[in-house]
Design a protein around this ligand. Structure first.
Ligand code: CUA
Length: 340
């Protein structure tokens, strides 16, 4: 089997049709719609398995229907079991066929594992991803040390270039999985792991933690944003810059609140006096797609999140902050939204 890196039209059309049937939001998380070389290898194995097992399932249901349809006699006149009959069926369908099928899949899986490009551990990583209950800290290590910076929950990468990622965890085992870009890799506390990600096309590729890690495992989402290389350089330059200076009176008051109240105990906004690293770096939080990893980044959600984050994400480490209300809450959110 020589899987191709190029995605055939049908490989895009079929998962898209399945996704439509399933509610329209599955395609961008489908391993059968690969957008990278290693995901293409996994899909090349996944498709025959998917089609094969669909056929097997159809045959099994067909046989069951046939048995039900040709049923003879009644319970009262049921004949004694014929102990000699059907032994070939059992041997063939229950043993020989499954053993042969799984042997073929096993060998194909070994070939696929050997073909997937491995991380280049002799090279320093481009990015460090650190798992937290329940969010992703992401450090961009491009350039010299003063150019490194941290962000959260969005992993921006250049198209067509393999990105070397170092993996760590500060608490429990997490697992980073972006289905359209490749397989999963665990983030193990006390160990440093590596993985390699590459995207063939610009776009957004949703992913998630795929190792049960506590109450909000299901809300530990990540999105990989693949940019064309020059756009990626612009993104890097912008993200390296300190947080925007307030422009309106409300934003000014919002920064005062941020720097002198609860926020400063956990968060960083580069360029301000807030330098704590317990929670996500908020230097450019206004540009993020989501907050709390899965909620839309909108004024109303920011208000609700600040006042009572645990009501939106039970178990979250950020406490409820009901002391923020009225004008103060408005000004604080105005400042956060200004951090573009
Ligand atoms: Cu982190 Cu599941």
């Amino acid at each position: 089997m020589k899987p191709s890196r190029q995605t055939a039209a049908w490989q895009t059309a079929i998962p898209a049709a399945l996704a439509l049937a399933a509610g329209g939001c599955v395609y961008d998380r489908s391993i059968l719609a690969p957008a990278s070389d290693s995901a293409g290898l996994l899909a090349a194995l996944g498709w025959p398995v998917f089609v094969g097992f669909t056929v097997v399932t159809a045959v099994m249901w067909g046989l069951l229907a046939w048995v039900a349809w040709r049923r003879t006699g009644t319970l009262a006149e049921h004949a004694p079991a014929d102990s000699g009959g059907g032994r070939w069926w059992v041997l063939l369908g229950g043993f020989l066929v499954p053993v042969a099928t799984f042997a073929v899949i096993f060998v194909a899986a070994l070939q696929t594992m050997a073909a997937v490009p491995m991380p280049m551990t002799e090279r320093p990583p481009d990015v460090r991803v650190i798992g937290h209950q329940w969010w992703w800290e992401i450090e961009y290590l491009y350039g010299e040390l003063p150019e490194h910076f941290a962000s959260a929950n969005e992993l921006h990468i250049p198209v067509g270039r393999p990105v070397e990622i170092e993996l760590q965890s500060v608490d429990v085992i997490h697992s980073l999985w972006v289905p359209r870009l490749g397989g999963k890799t665990d983030l193990v506390p006390g160990q440093t792991g590596r993985m390699r990600l590459m995207a063939d096309r610009a776009g957004e590729y949703p992913g998630a933690c795929s190792e049960l890690c506590g109450a909000q495992h299901a809300n530990m989402k990540i999105v990989v944003v693949a940019h064309e290389p020059d756009e990626f350089e612009r993104w890097l330059a912008h993200e390296r810059s300190p947080g925007a200076e307030p422009e309106t009176a409300a934003e000014e008051r919002g920064r005062e609140l941020f720097e002198h109240r609860a926020c400063v105990a956990c968060h960083t906004v580069r360029g301000s006096t807030a330098l704590a690293t317990v929670g996500p770096d908020l230097t450019h939080v206004g540009r993020r797609r989501r907050i709390g990893t899965s909620l839309p980044n909108q004024t109303a959600t920011l208000h609700a999140w600040i006042v009572n984050a645990p009501s939106l994400k039970p178990g979250v480490r950020m406490p409820a902050l009901p002391e923020f209300r009225g004008d103060e809450l408005h000004d604080l959110v105005a400042y956060l939204e200004h951090l573009q």
